[in-house]
Design a protein around this ligand. Structure first.
Ligand code: BGP
Length: 482
């Protein structure tokens, strides 16, 4: 749309940045923390780039005051971080660990001291390993109660200070990587039936948490963060337009319709029925999902890229785990679902060194689609560029990151002008951190951290990059000076 005048970002816009516990904290066995599924998984040979782990990560657990001070100096309005379930309940349920609870008390208080709004992710993929051993984690319905109990503990402890809550980070990613691609714990492949069952459990856990939070704090703001890749039909051929519709129903609306409406898209459900992979749903589940959906305050969006859908014949390509985790451009492979769609590269768009498509306008598309389909406010909970950064004379010049963020913020501004209610924009990430499968060399932060793949190398010192100072200005001018 074209507007004669532009309004730009709302006055109270939350300029933010994000992280996740496993990727920044380190202190993997500190102060009574239990072992997680990721602590185990990274130790399986070949699973992560150069066998990197989050054992020490960037040591945020011990350096959070220094990190928060840098945020304050930058003028950050919100910091999105996740809580490690195993710090609170080392075994996932049962005995509570006060030291873990007080770590997050300190972090939250430190943020508030500087006027930074804490935005808390309840679950960003690190599950207590004890639950895997007790009953196979997300595969068992028992996790719903354990998750809701854990979430409620957080709400009770921090709800007086935390207004923004994100129940789940990228349920679509952790479940597809965990049960279809074998690339995240528990490392299963092509197990469609379990994949959908796991997702139903995660949906019930999300819904239970929303209901519990609203009971305790009716004014709290809650949503889930979805990894949303809007999809373009390959061309004007009707079968490719249908491939896009199939992709949207199965890859996007399957999750977002649950969060916003509490229902599964009909055509996706019909497809699952023919494949014999529908999840078991108990009496009352759909009502619980609908009730929770009615209370959700925003759609959280992690936006990195768009994709293309092209019809994929029944003997066509399948799901592959051949991903580019090395940063050697051009090594990713086309994937798809036979009989439905495949996702070829978009030759109109550039890519990162890890073959992620760069498409700023896609961010506006996300907002437009969510606004017209769900009419919900939006929190952009992640967006950023993974790149190789270099220290030169004690400085890090990252013009490519500035260009990437600038282009995305410009499109987000247009989304605001389009009438989308965007509440927050969190870049990924604040400091450099561990990229789950890609090691430490894939850097995203405003703040460089001196460490290498091997945790014995590097001082862990922090160096604000050029993008740090650039974002400071963006915040100061509420997105007017980009
Ligand atoms: C999202 C995750 C983040 C983060 C980011 C970048 O999927 O929520 O935790 O890792 O992607 O991805 P990657 O580290 O694979 O480059």
């Amino acid at each position: 749309m074209y507007f004669k005048e532009t309004k730009g970002f709302p006055k109270d816009f939350l300029w933010g940045s994000a992280s996740a516990a496993y990727q920044v904290e380190g202190g993997w066995d500190a102060d009574g923390k239990g072992v997680t599924n990721w602590d185990k998984f990274v130790r399986i040979p070949g699973k992560t780039f150069k066998a990197t782990t989050g054992d020490k990560a960037v040591d945020h657990y011990h350096r959070f005051k220094e990190d928060v001070k840098l945020m304050a100096d930058m003028g950050l309005k919100t910091y999105r971080f996740s809580i490690a379930w195993a710090r609170i309940y080392p075994n996932g349920n049962g005995e509570i660990n006060e030291a873990g609870l007080s770590f997050y008390d300190d972090l939250i208080n430190e943020l508030i001291k500087y006027g930074i709004e804490p935005m808390v992710t309840v679950y960003h993929w690190d599950m207590p390993q004890a639950l895997e051993e007790e009953y196979h984690g997300w595969e068992n319905r028992r996790i719903v109660d354990d998750y809701v109990n854990y979430a409620t503990t957080l709400f009770k402890r921090y709800g007086d200070r935390v207004k923004y809550w994100i129940t789940m980070n990228e349920q679509n990613i952790f479940t597809s990587f965990g049960w279809l691609k074998g690339m995240h714990p528990p490392g299963k492949e092509n197990d469609m039936k379990t994949f959908y069952q796991v997702n139903h459990h995660a949906n019930m856990a999300h819904a239970g948490a929303v209901l519990a939070l609203k009971e305790l704090y009716p004014d709290a703001k809650v949503g889930a963060s979805f990894a949303y890749s809007p999809c373009y039909a390959f061309d004007r051929k009707p079968e490719n337009a249908m491939a896009k519709a199939d992709y949207d129903d199965l890859q996007n609306y399957w999750w977002m319709d649950i969060y916003a409406y509490g229902r599964y898209p009909r055509s996706a459900w019909a497809y699952l029925e023919t494949m014999g992979v529908t999840p078991d749903i108990q009496d009352g589940d759909m009502e619980t999902l609908r009730k929770a959906a009615a209370l959700v305050n925003f759609m959280g969006v992690n936006y990195y890229q768009t994709c293309v859908a092209e019809y994929n014949p029944i003997d066509g390509v399948g799901m592959s785990n051949a991903m580019n985790t090395t940063g050697k451009k051009g090594t990713a492979q086309v994937q798809g679902v036979p009989g439905l769609y495949k996702n070829p590269a978009n030759d109109f768009l550039p890519t990162t060194d890890w073959d992620w498509t760069i498409d700023p306008m896609g961010l506006r598309m996300c907002c437009r689609d969510i606004t017209s389909r769900y009419d919900l406010p939006i929190v952009i909970s992640e967006n950023g560029l993974g790149a190789f950064d270099k220290v030169e004379d004690g400085q890090v010049h990252d013009p490519y990151r500035i260009a990437y963020l600038k282009a995305h913020i410009e499109e987000l501004k247009k989304a605001c002008d389009d009438g989308c209610q965007v509440l927050a924009y969190c870049t990924w990430s604040y400091t450099d951190l561990l990229s789950w499968l890609n090691g430490y060399q894939k850097r995203y932060g405003f703040v460089y951290v001196d460490r290498e793949e091997d945790e014995n190398y590097g001082t862990l010192n922090r160096i604000p990059k050029d993008s740090y100072y650039w974002y400071q200005k963006v915040i100061e001018t509420n997105g007017e000076e980009l």
